[in-house]
Design a protein around this ligand. Structure first.
Ligand code: ZN
Length: 298
C-alpha cells in the first residue's frame, strides 16, 4: 500500500466531543479528508483518573504532557465528585454532524474510564453488557449500527474479540502493531478484521527522546512508511484542542508529500480479501502504563 495514512480519531470525553470534534471536522473539511471517529457515548467519568495520581508513573506522564493544559481542569475533575454527564445524550447533534459530513462513526466506549480500567478483567457477560449499552446508544444517535469499534486504551484480549463477534462489526481497531490481520483465537480465525494502530500518539512521545511541540510533527512524519499502511490515532481532546494548529500543519505536510489520508473503513474494504491471519497478545508499550493489546510479530 503506497503512501497511505488511515486516520482514527478517538473521542473520550464530554469536552472532547463538544469542543474538539467540531474543530477537527473543520480541519478535515479544509483539506477534504475523511476519518474514522470512535465515540464514547455514556457517562464521562474520566476525572476518576485523578486517583491514579497516587501512582508515580502516572504523575510523571501528567507532568510530561501538561495534562491540565491539554485536557483542561474540568475534564480532570469530571466524574470525581458527581456522576459524569452522558456524552451521547448531550452531544447527539455533534455526532450526527460528523456522520453527515461523510466521516465514519465507530464505537469506542460506553464509559471510557470504566472500560479502560476494567475491560480486561470483566466477565464475558459484563463485556457484552458494556458493549450492548454503548452500541445501542450510538445506533440510536446515528440511525445506523456502527460497523467498527476500538477498545479504549487498546485494552483488549481474546475474550473481548470473541464477544465483539456477536456484534455486527466488520472490523475493529483494538491493538497496536503493523498491518491488518484476522485474529486467531483458540485456533479459530475470526471474521472481524483487525486494523492495528501503527504510529505513536501525541501523549506517548511528547517529552521523550527530545520530542517537544516544536519538533513533534517532524518526528511523526519521520515515522511514516511509504510502502506500508500507516494508521494514526489522534484525540479530540488533544488535536481538537491545544494541538489543533499542529495537526493542521501535519495534514498539510503529509498531503503535500503525496500521502492519501483515508478512513479505516476504506482500508478494511481494500484488504478484506488479502489480510493474513495473526494473533493479538498483551505487552507493555512505550509511553503507556500497564499492558495493552499488540499484534504478535514472528
Ligand atoms: Zn480513548
Amino acid at each position: 500500500m503506497k503512501k497511505t495514512i488511515a486516520l482514527r480519531i478517538d473521542v473520550d470525553t464530554y469536552r472532547g466531543t463538544g469542543r474538539g470534534v467540531p474543530v477537527l471536522c473543520e480541519i478535515l473539511a479544509k483539506y477534504n479528508v475523511s476519518g474514522t471517529f470512535y465515540f464514547s457515548v455514556g457517562p464521562d467519568n474520566m476525572g476518576r483518573h485523578l486517583w491514579r495520581l497516587l501512582k508515580p508513573a502516572f504523575l510523571w506522564k501528567m507532568l510530561r504532557t501538561d495534562a491540565a493544559g491539554l485536557y483542561g481542569m474540568d475534564i480532570l475533575l469530571m466524574g470525581t465528585a458527581w456522576p459524569g454527564p452522558r456524552i451521547g445524550k448531550h452531544h447527539a447533534d455533534v455526532i450526527c454532524r460528523v456522520a453527515a459530513a461523510g466521516h465514519e462513526c465507530g464505537f469506542h466506549a460506553w464509559d471510557h474510564h470504566y472500560a479502560q480500567a476494567r475491560l480486561m478483567t470483566m466477565s464475558e457477560a459484563a463485556m457484552r453488557k458494556e458493549l450492548s449499552r454503548g452500541v445501542k446508544a450510538l445506533t440510536d444517535i446515528c440511525g445506523t449500527t456502527p460497523r467498527t469499534s476500538a477498545a479504549p486504551g487498546w485494552r483488549a484480549n481474546d475474550q473481548l474479540l470473541r464477544v465483539k463477534q456477536e456484534f455486527p462489526f466488520l472490523y475493529n481497531s483494538d491493538c497496536r502493531g503493523g498491518q491488518p490481520f484476522y485474529p486467531v483465537v483458540d485456533g479459530e480465525k475470526l471474521s472481524q478484521l483487525q486494523i492495528p494502530v501503527t504510529l505513536p500518539t501525541y501523549d506517548e512521545i511528547l517529552g521523550r527522546d527530545g520530542v517537544t511541540d516544536d519538533n513533534y510533527n517532524t518526528r511523526q512524519f519521520s515515522l511514516l512508511k511509504e510502502d506500508e499502511l500507516n494508521v494514526l490515532t489522534i484525540h479530540a481532546e488533544a488535536e481538537g484542542g491545544r494541538c489543533a494548529p499542529m495537526f493542521d500543519d501535519y495534514l498539510k505536510t503529509v498531503l503535500d508529500h503525496g500521502y492519501r489520508v483515508v478512513t479505516l473503513g476504506s482500508i478494511a474494504e481494500e484488504v478484506a480479501d488479502s489480510a493474513p491471519a495473526g494473533k493479538m497478545v498483551l505487552a507493555e508499550f512505550p509511553g503507556r502504563e500497564g499492558v495493552l493489546a499488540v499484534q504478535e510479530t514472528k
